[in-house]
Design a protein around this ligand. Sequence first.
Ligand code: CA
Length: 227
Amino acid sequence: MRLLVIEDDKDINRQIVAALEHAGYAVDHALDGEEGYFLGDTEPYDAVVLDIGLPKKDGITILEAWRANGRMMPVLILTARDRWSEKVQGFDAGADDYLAKPFHMEELLARIRALLRRATGHATNELVCGSVRLDTKSGRVIVDGAPIKLTSHEYRLLAYLMHHSGRIVSRTEIIEHLYDQDFDRDSNTIEVFVGRLRRKLGVDLIQTVRGLGYMAAPPVETTDGKR
Ligand code: CA
């Protein structure tokens, strides 16, 4: 899952980005409203953290413009404490959630998990597909009851596929949602990652849909137990 953080306070921006990256997300960031608006309007983010008070373009204006352009990604706005009117304005501009500053990073992370859950149609932090369980809170992956160790890129790939289980995901979509904008995407082929991930999981979870992409789905068993 790939996120965007737009916040002009450098320290807060850095802290949020660090916490989100630590939690396993690919993260882009912007320090002013113009760059932030542009990124959110042109890149496919899974969720955005958006400050309201920003240089060059304020958060409400950005959000209204994204929504007018049909941008549907979940947006959590950061508001000043006790400014109830900012919250109302924000929700009416198309926000999905808000957090008043100062806030605890754990709460921001929990709210992001909730937004991603809702946007992808899941009810809990634990994504289950066949014998594979992925906990988006702890970052743990369990296969047939045993924990599996994954690299951060393998985890991101599996988390993206499992958030969208049962749906075909193209290679382009995977690349767009796994890497931040500064990452050298050419040097890593998705096929290689999928191959490694399959070997580590050791179960038939990631199906190749020829010419279209990949899909996380438990193997279909026929009534006589054969596939
Ligand atoms: Ca600000």
